[in-house]
Design a protein around this ligand. Structure first.
Ligand code: NI
Length: 167
């Protein structure tokens, strides 16, 4: 297993649209193990392959406090949306920045598991928000890009300042 490097906003590679996984094999499973390890080490509750510069439709999520309930979604698709929720979101690619985005409160998602078998999951609340956030990464969208240009420019300024003080 390995800890992968997480792309940092505004890295242009975060705007890549991910391609569907055509075959779920050992290579995909090895990537998923590395993604999970990277997410837990960060620590974070979700990670999309896009964020580790692999442009395939794979996301991993674990919202449990015990870090033992890994959800893996390969080629996820949301088939139903219900209600709205605005949750304070953060992102491992945008460290130190948090803010609200309007999302569906409940979703139904279809995906493949690590054996390549299809499954359907109904998710609500934080898990639903997290799935929507990670699926945005697969479309090349980072959560701060829902905000106004003005707010985004303040995010960029803050990230630059944080980088300087970290040196
Ligand atoms: Ni993110």
């Amino acid at each position: 297993m390995a800890i992968l490097k997480i792309l940092q906003y505004p890295d242009e590679r975060l705007h890549t649209i991910a391609a569907p996984v055509t075959q779920v094999g050992d290579k995909t499973r090895a990537l998923i193990r590395d993604m999970a390890e990277t997410m837990y080490a960060a620590p974070g509750i979700g990670l999309a392959a896009t964020q580790v510069d692999v442009h395939e439709r794979i996301i991993v999520i674990d919202i449990s406090e015990t870090h033992d309930q890994l959800n893996v979604f390969i080629n996820p698709e949301i088939t139903e949306y219900d209600g709205t929720i605005d949750y304070e979101e953060g992102c491992l690619s945008v460290p130190g920045i948090f803010g609200k985005i309007k999302r569906a409160e409940s979703i139904t998602v279809k995906a493949l598991d690590t054996e390549g078998n299809p499954f359907t999951l109904e998710a609500t609340g934080l898990l639903a928000v997290c799935i929507q956030h990670e699926m945005d990464h697969l479309e090349g969208k980072v959560f701060v890009e829902y905000w106004s240009k003005f707010k985004q420019s303040r995010v960029l300024a803050k990230l630059k300042k944080n980088q300087r003080s970290a040196m």
